[in-house]
Write a new protein. Sequence first.
Length: 608
Amino acid sequence: MDTLVIAVLSGVGFIAAYHTYGRFLARKIFNLNPQAIVPARELEDGVDFVPTRPGVVFGHHFTSIAGTGPIVGPAIAVFWGWLPALLWVVFGSIFIGAVHDLGALVVSMRSRGQTIGDVAGRMISPRARLLFLLILFLALTVVIGVFGLVIAVIFSIYPQTVLGVWISLPVAVVVGFLIYKKRLPLLPPSLAALATIYVFVYLGTYFWPVDLERLLGIPRLAGGEAAFLPGLKSAVVVWTGILLVYCFVASTLPVWTLLQPRDYVNSHQLIVALGLLFLGLLVARPELVAPAINTHAPGDAPPLFPFLFITIACGAVSGFHCLVSSGTSSKQISNERDAQFVAYGAMLLEGALAVLVIIACSAGLGMGITGSGGEKLLGEAAWASRYGGTWKGMSLAAQVGAFVDGGANMIAALGIPLAMAVGIVAVMVACFAATTLDTATRLQRYVIQELSVSLKVPLFIDKYWATGLAVAAGGALALLPGPNGPGSGGLILWPLFGAVNQLLAGLAFLVVAFYLIRYRKPVGLLIGPALLMIVIPAWAMWSNIAEWWREGKWLLVSMGCFIEVLQAWMILEGAMMWNRAAGVLPAPLPPLATAGGPPLSGPDGRSC
């Protein structure tokens, strides 16, 4: 099938879905009301609750949910063939992922910006709240560990990206100052920031690559993948530590100083990169070299069903998105009607990114890469060099590199030098992983603080102690030893991330369903997606647990079993309350800490 046709049809489908199904959900199911009092205005504090323009909230939300999820997941899933991955991305985004994100955002906005865990406590039961918070803690620990490792791997393999990624931080701080303190319009400073980043991408590519392997004297493996050595001599370990220190600082700052402006600038960067990828696809028209369905997958590969549905999480549906929707975005939206644009629209744009990743790995890679021996590989040989071996022989570095190399080939078709094209794509990947990483750390801080209140542990109610615990837990998981020492276990962690992520999506659907049924709103549209996202990830998780048991990976076994017990318990809590939920309003919100503000309202004007 022609790759341009795939991209165009997918894009048209996403646009049509936004204006039909998305509008139906926003207006008929959730009854978004432009006159409603939103948390950003009722609880405005200049730190977490900040009324924000729709474009900025969209930029924050999109870059936070995107990260490397819609890149790494599809880049791995192409192993089974491009067709199953494409179908799951397109239809999953429209009918499951975007519905999940919009529902989580709405129920949080109508609960004074409470996280999805707190909403579960009010909609289902207090025990459900505690169970959900524990699942959130484990899920976010995996997110911090995996995404921190992905960025460290990118820095190690593509040292030309380091300068461009890190310069985006002070640039974002300047943009935030100009917008919020000097009241400048949004566009000029953000475009200047984008130009500055690309200047430093150029400088990093041709003049100042930051190569820790060379600085620390660490040897490289064939194909450019850095060797992972025990202890702090590994560049990946060093970068992971640096990134976690950054996360501690960034996630404790007010959102307007770094998080919002950086995400807004990065959203422009992604739009530019997506535009370049599409134009490159238009010019190059690369042929698909990956099979539509890989009928020759090696014996150690997990079955396509159910593992495709946990390998591609972000890009189709992702439980992590409910944390962003309820943790940060719901505290920034200044008008309820913006929820469709922010949540449903951002999920569809993430699906579009995942489609381009599939094309880059299935076709762009075949335009030419350098093999492990320095030889030039083209066509099916290029694809087979990344996907033709065993499942366990694939590495996180190789799969991220498949998109970077394939995407760079497409951009280079526009006349941009290949080295610069590699820098553009790799910086995009690293920047988006960084936005998810520090947003996840901020969200984990909220979860730890809420758990501390419930469990009466006052030490971790303090935001600095809570953030420190979040960083420490994620760092410990990131440095889980793999086949080549600490920091090389990334692909081992990915199935755990996918399964936990999708289970979380199923539980978020359950919370949204309780919200709708309590207000006598139609809930049938959520039943199918909820069952799918509860049953299939549980099936995959138990399959993984059995495999980890045989391999003696006891940490993963214990985490998987604990998560499954929590999930079963929460579903039981929901089943016990389901028949009594219809028409019964949830527990009231606690009184406001400060005076003022009428109560928020449900979809029919009733108080939440």
